[in-house]
Design a binder for this molecule. Structure first.
Ligand code: HEC
Length: 166
């Protein structure tokens, strides 16, 4: 999406462009056939010149497996409340699938353990994950977490089923 720019150094013209998938594309997974799915989405600036050499490719993306989620203990009604809250407050940035921002169905156990501190206290605010304690209660965050655990189990089970593994 970034606009290219051009400049010259010692009479050699360059065209530089910032590359990497993202920008307005947060909250939706990368298109399946996009380079960001095949390769890691490294944010970088590439400068072209006539007769330049081949552009180095980013490393391939490793398709990380879904880790085993915490136990599903919340009642169904809580999970459904969490689903609504997730789509109201979280889904505009967090898509399911490979995307610019974490897929919350793939959380490692250490992140599950501090889920509430992330969402209500802003533990990851320096990384761009702001606190939501002005919008969400403790119970709201438990419900969102319950919904995500439920979705994580669906994805975790599907990856062990050859018919549905993705
Ligand atoms: C404005 C965008 C935005 C919104 C809205 C948002 N997040 Fe985040 N979130 C981020 C960013 C940026 C990060 C840090 C980078 C990353 O994990 O990809 C993050 C990280 C996280 C992490 C840690 C992920 C990990 O793997 O370490 C959790 C958990 C999380 N968010 C939960 C939520 C929940 C729950 C909501 C809804 C209440 C929410 N986020 C809404 C942008 C957002």
């Amino acid at each position: 999406m970034a606009a290219p720019m051009t400049y010259a150094v010692n009479n050699q013209q360059y065209v530089a462009v910032q590359v990497g998938y993202g920008g307005s594309g947060i909250g939706i997974p990368f298109p399946r056939d996009s380079a960001a799915v095949k390769y890691q989405n490294v944010n970088r600036i590439i400068a072209f010149k006539l007769g330049g050499t081949q552009v180095p490719m980013p490393p391939n993306r490793a398709n990380e497996a879904f880790p085993e989620p915490p136990p599903r203990i919340a009642p169904e009604a809580t999970v459904r409340t969490g689903e609504i809250l997730f789509f109201q407050e979280c889904a505009r940035c967090h898509a399911f699938g490979p995307a610019a921002i974490s897929d919350l169905r793939k959380l490692p156990s250490g992140i599950h353990a501090i889920f509430k501190d992330i969402v209500l206290k802003g533990v990851l605010a320096p990384a761009g994950m702001e606190r939501f304690d002005d919008l969400l209660s403790d119970a709201d965050v438990d419900a969102i977490h319950a919904y995500l655990i439920d979705e994580s189990w669906t994805a975790y089970d599907a990856q062990h089923d050859p018919a549905t593994a993705q």
